[in-house]
Design a protein around this ligand. Structure first.
Ligand SMILES: [Zn+2]
Length: 480
């Protein structure tokens, strides 16, 4: 009798630092194997090129299949089910709109795939990509030849698919080997004896990777179904960034990091970007990494800065991608343009949303600190000569410590000077691993954040009066 367990071979070291391993799969058929390839977050490239799991395809049996949500709810920021079989891949690690994922704070759900006809299955391949705990894949794969009929109602209620005529092909849980570490994951379910069987319907029963994390649902990028009898020409799936010829890449001053710059929409900014922005970015990204460390954390090794023609506002950051509004930048070339990008680079380093630490979530990062810390670094460390976070007399009545941005930066600077030189490092570490609570202020300074806020405001008022008083002698006697 053949064992229902199969073991795939472990491979030796492979190029581009990919961590590679195989999993034994508990499967209902003999010789079903599950191969898992993992590329750590820092080494992941847009093409999803794995050592053994085939690259995603745009011409597989799932391309024209019908995908239906049978149980569970898609996240409001998730793309539709189409992204799972359109042959288009995310171009970066944290791109909600290019992935399908179940709603935050829900346990996952079930997807039905109707291949349109019976398919002799060679492989079922699934792909995911996220810098943190949304990359591991945890699901059971079921199949059947006949239409699901009445079993659908039971599946909606959460019933065991095997009790209504579905066959369990494989259990996939990439966490057993790579834990919750982020990056790209490719999973290939196949049968070493040849095929997995002939089926028209597949059911993915998907669980979130991290129960304790409200953001624990996996970012699925693509699902491929490979037909043993297909002789159609292979069309590879494609993604955005790798085909953008306009990116120019630079190393940081310490040569540990790399950033790319795209000024193709704004050629008039090219000269300024090269002469002034690039040297500032080279110098300041490594500084930001040193200012915002925490145990076990590695800042993104690659990030990008792009100038966008029709973008409103100033700039924003998603994952490791900074997008700057061209109009605002042009108007502020002599003033705040570079400082605003230093602020955005601090967001690239913060990565407060991508916690890899297991354990309960105690608090979401308070927004005033997520924005106050970058503004503190920018106004007090990068360009202190600009006095950009000083609070004018007219602003005083409305100044609150948690007003965010430059007002909170002023407050942080005051606490640092008066109580704790190490404040930023401590706050950052707690925010990043999600252990932050307001108690931290008492631990670090002996005072509650509300008391500190009141004390700070009194100090601001005194300072403002002193300035007003000191101004008088300057106007009265003219210097001789
Ligand atoms: Zn910001």
């Amino acid at each position: 009798m053949r064992s229902p367990f199969s073991s795939a071979t472990r491979l030796g070291p492979l190029p581009f630092g990919a961590l590679v391993f195989a999993l034994c799969a508990l499967a209902s058929r003999a010789d079903v194997q599950v191969i898992v390839d993992h590329i750590p977050a820092d080494d992941a490239e847009p093409g999803f090129k794995f050592p053994r799991v085939p690259p995603p395809s745009a011409s597989d049996a799932a391309t024209k299949a019908a995908f239906t949500l049978v149980r569970g709810r898609a996240d409001a920021n998730s793309a539709g089910l189409d992204v799972l079989h359109d042959g288009k891949l995310p171009s970066e690690s944290d791109q909600p709109a290019a992935n399908f994922f179940f709603a935050d704070r829900t346990p996952g759900g079930r997807l039905l795939v109707d291949l349109g006809d019976a398919v002799d299955l060679r492989q079922v391949n699934t792909y995911s990509w996220h810098p943190g705990s949304r990359s591991p894949q945890v699901y059971e794969l079921y199949a059947r030849a006949s239409p699901p009929g009445d079993s659908l109602d039971q599946l909606k209620q959460g019933a065991d698919p095997e009790k209504s005529g579905w066959r369990l092909l494989a259990r996939v849980d990439t966490r057993t080997e790579t834990g919750l570490s982020g990056g790209q994951l490719g999973v290939s379910v196949s049968d070493s004896a040849g095929g997995l069987g002939k089926f028209q319907y597949l059911l993915f029963d998907i669980s979130r990777a991290k129960d304790s994390d409200p953001f624990g649902n996996t970012f699925f990028a693509e699902i491929d179904v490979v037909d043993r009898n297909s002789h159609a020409a292979e069309i590879p799936a494609t993604s955005g960034v790798s085909s953008n010829p306009n990116w120019e890449t630079f190393p940081t001053a310490d040569e540990k990091y790399q950033f790319s710059l795209d000024v193709s929409e704004t050629p008039d900014l090219s000269d300024w970007a090269r002469r002034q922005l690039v040297p500032a970015v080279k110098e300041w990204y490594p500084k930001l990494v040193k200012l915002l460390p925490s145990e076990g954390f590695e800042a993104p090794r690659k990030f990008s800065i792009q100038f966008i023609k029709d973008k409103e506002g100033v700039a924003d950051t998603s994952g490791a991608r900074i997008r700057c509004a061209a109009d605002w930048t042009r108007q502020n070339l002599k003033g705040e343009a570079i400082g605003s990008i230093v602020h955005e680079m601090a967001h690239v380093v913060q990565q407060y949303g991508a916690s890899r630490r297991p354990g309960p979530l105690r608090a979401r990062s308070p927004g005033w600190l997520t924005e106050g810390i970058p503004d503190y670094i920018r106004w007090y460390l990068y360009e202190p000569q600009s006095h950009g976070a000083e609070i004018a007399k007219s602003e005083l009545p409305r100044a609150r410590y948690d007003a965010s941005y430059r007002t909170s930066a002023n407050f942080l600077n005051w606490v640092i000077e008066r109580y704790d030189k190490d404040l930023i490092r401590q706050l950052n570490a707690a925010l990043r691993d999600r252990s932050y609570s307001d108690d931290l202020w008492v631990q670090l300074t002996g005072h509650s954040v509300q008391d500190l806020g009141r004390e700070w405001k009194t100090a601001l008022e005194k300072e403002s009066e002193a300035r007003a008083g000191a101004a008088e002698p300057n106007v009265a006697p003219a210097p001789r």
